[in-house]
Design a protein around this ligand. Structure first.
Ligand code: SF4
Length: 113
């Protein structure tokens, strides 16, 4: 996830000066449309595609692994916060020993319900 954010910021840093420079060469109404299309095509759409790929790649870990029901699991980064490692389909950083159910009151559902 951090990689998606990083590359989105890189693209934003490139596209903003480009859009600013284009202002000198295009009619104002065309410049607005071109700017919008560039922002969508260069920044937003690639970020959406990368995010969908991230979700698809980690679908099994996010939905059906032991970690997905553990309070130490950060879904947004697919990260075990207790061991600071990324679990995979075939690898649990704690081998299940440190698993702890998500608790009530922190905005996360309780698996026992
Ligand atoms: S403590 Fe164990 S079960 Fe919980 S997220 Fe980390 S590796 Fe997964």
């Amino acid at each position: 996830m951090g990689e998606i954010i990083f590359w989105t910021l890189v693209r934003i840093m490139i596209i903003i000066p480009t859009i600013y420079i284009m202002r000198n060469y295009l009619d104002y109404s065309v410049w607005w449309s071109a700017s919008f299309l560039l922002m969508y095509g260069v920044v937003l759409h690639p970020a959406i595609v990368q995010f969908r790929y991230f979700l698809e790649k980690n679908k099994d870990v996010l939905e059906s692994s032991l970690c997905s029901s553990c309070e130490h699991f950060d879904k947004s980064a697919v990260l075990c916060m207790k061991h600071d490692e990324h679990p995979t389909e075939n690898y649990l950083p704690c081998d299940g020993i440190d698993w702890s159910p998500k608790s009530k009151g922190n905005g996360v559902e309780n698996i026992s319900e």
